[in-house]
Design a binder for this molecule. Sequence first.
Ligand SMILES: C[S@@+](CC[C@H](N)C(=O)[O-])C[C@H]1O[C@@H](n2cnc3c(N)ncnc32)[C@H](O)[C@@H]1O
Length: 240
Amino acid sequence: MATFRPGDPAAVTDLFEQIAPRYDQLNDLLSLGLHRLWKRQALLWIGPRPGQQLLDLCCGTGDLALLLAERVRPAGSVLGVDAAAAPLALARQRAERRSWLPLRWLQADVLATGLPAASADGAVMAYGLRNLADPAAGLAELHRLLRPGARAAVLDFNRPDPASAAGRRSAALQRQLLRRVVVPVASRAGLREHYAYLEQSLERFPTGSVQESLARGAGFSQARHRPLAGGLMGLLQLVA
Ligand SMILES: C[S@@+](CC[C@H](N)C(=O)[O-])C[C@H]1O[C@@H](n2cnc3c(N)ncnc32)[C@H](O)[C@@H]1O
């Protein structure tokens, strides 16, 4: 059985190539549809407006890119970037069914997109930062791509702070949910190792306050991490 090492870009891309056909269905099932609400929170922070050029980094099958694209018409556009071909192919199919939306797609590592600096009016990254080889480098690249004053939203699992009792309780609950619900459900789809990766990737993911410091170090003028879903998820709200 394959194991997927967090921080290894080839292994991570491989993982998402393999789960792509079941990804949306499992997301709805495992979050009871709540991932849509959390994504809306990211969208609210960005406040997309007609005419803007926006980025969805680690776009996967394109949930956020599609939502953003509805709001930047006319004249604006959204570029979805992902390293894996299979989720991008699904994103393209979804976009083809709504061909009026101003969407483009790029297969690339978000740590090296080759996109021009200060070219985006806003960006989202949902469940992407935790998967990067170097989250600090991811924040630096995100900052490089944004115009001064532009907003970014980074949504992901929250890594509770082990220094506090509340953080330790939250981490224990998260572990139980992952081990007793997420992994067993994913196992039925033949994706045990793929979803066991979630807990491993969280172990190397910075806490909210460390993410705030990393973001300020990357040049963001404002960085605020908000726990969502009782601390299971987190939204890093950024201003370049
Ligand atoms: C958990 S999925 C999230 C997809 C989507 N943003 C969502 O929330 O539904 C993570 C995505 O990040 C992509 N990814 C991981 N590492 C990446 C990297 N270094 N560069 C670009 N995409 C990456 C994966 O291929 C995958 O599609």
